[in-house]
Design a protein around this ligand. Structure first.
Ligand SMILES: NC(=O)c1ccc[n+]([C@@H]2O[C@H](COP(=O)([O-])OP(=O)(O)OC[C@H]3O[C@@H](n4cnc5c(N)ncnc54)[C@H](OP(=O)(O)O)[C@@H]3O)[C@@H](O)[C@H]2O)c1
Length: 270
């Protein structure tokens, strides 16, 4: 069995950039998402750069049996995970009681349930290959998010679980790093229902930079990585110094503005 880095959500955004960084650093890859054509194009691009051609696995990771299905696909392709990158995820903007319940449950299935399942499913092979897990949460994981409540809660789960797992898997030599970006311009915003707005140079961090920081953090065995100065400050200070009632009001106003495609009304905008 070939050791490989398995990257979910590799068909776009941060996941595609993570795939480029892992490939450039010499890892064999398995690319996972639903859009097979996108994954195949990225696999061709990586092969054209002189690296081994990644295996492509097109599956819906929000499905209950996704972890087992991925395990079978890896075995069939002769691979076993050295690194698992749980990056696939999405959010929705709107009040929880007004949005449909089904897609909100899908957020939990993908961002929390599958992240948990894939983090635990391959621990033996991660330990054998002295590898690790990179879980993509968000700055949103350190605060409640009215106007996007389920997404923020799913990222709180991802962050809390990953930090605990970092400690638990240490004796096995398995690194666990939680990558917590602030806003990153990708397809995420459109899928979430965020209106078009001009980029915010103050806080936006490009996906390529986020991916490099995540990879570096994982290789160094860091517990949490927050790319960018302003996101770092938000992550560290907001939960400590902003009173909860102010935070809730500010974030709700911000999400309403984002939905309408308006510029930030507050700096609290992960
Ligand atoms: N962009 C931001 O501002 C931001 C900030 C903080 C954290 N994050 C987190 O970063 C991660 C990557 O987001 P991104 O910004 O790169 O978003 P993106 O450009 O929308 O990419 C999302 C990726 O997830 C995959 N995905 C979505 N649903 C899936 C499903 N059911 N099964 C399999 N794959 C699925 C998508 O592939 P398919 O559609 O082909 O399946 C795509 O490859 C997410 O966990 C997100 O929460 C993003």
């Amino acid at each position: 069995m070939r050791p490989a880095a398995v990257i979910t959500g590799a068909s776009a955004g941060i996941g595609a950039e993570l795939a480029r960084v892992f490939a450039a650093s010499g890892h064999d890859l398995v690319l996972v998402a639903r859009r097979e054509q996108r994954l195949r194009e990225l696999a061709e691009e990586i092969a054209a750069s002189g690296r081994p051609k990644p295996q492509v696995v097109a599956i819906d990771l929000a499905r209950r049996d996704a972890g087992n299905e991925l395990g079978r696909a890896l075995a069939a392709g002769g691979c076993e995970p050295q690194y698992i990158v749980n990056n696939a995820g999405f959010g929705l903007i709107g009040h929880a009681a007004e949005l449909d319940r089904a897609p909100q449950l899908e957020i939990v299935d993908l961002n929390a349930r599958t992240l948990l399942d894939l983090s635990l499913a391959f621990v033996d092979s991660l330990a054998r290959h002295r590898g690790g897990i990179l879980n993509v949460a968000s700055v949103a994981g350190v605060m409640p998010g009215p106007g996007s409540a389920v997404y923020y809660a799913s990222k709180a789960f991802a962050l809390s679980f990953s930090e605990a797992l970092h400690q638990e898997l240490k004796p096995l030599g398995v690194r666990v790093t939680c990558l917590c970006p602030g806003p990153v311009p990708t397809e995420f915003q459109r899928r979430a229902g965020i209106g078009e707005s001009a980029p915010n140079r103050l806080i936006d961090v490009p996906a390529a930079k986020v991916a490099k920081a995540g990879y570096r953090g994982l290789m160094r065995g860091k517990r949490v990585v927050v790319p960018g100065l302003l996101p770092k400050l938000l992550f560290a200070l907001v939960p400590r110094i902003v009173p909860k009632n102010v935070l809730l009001e500010q974030l709700e106003a911000r999400q309403a503005a984002r939905r309408a495609g308006l510029q930030p009304v507050s700096p609290l905008e992960p």
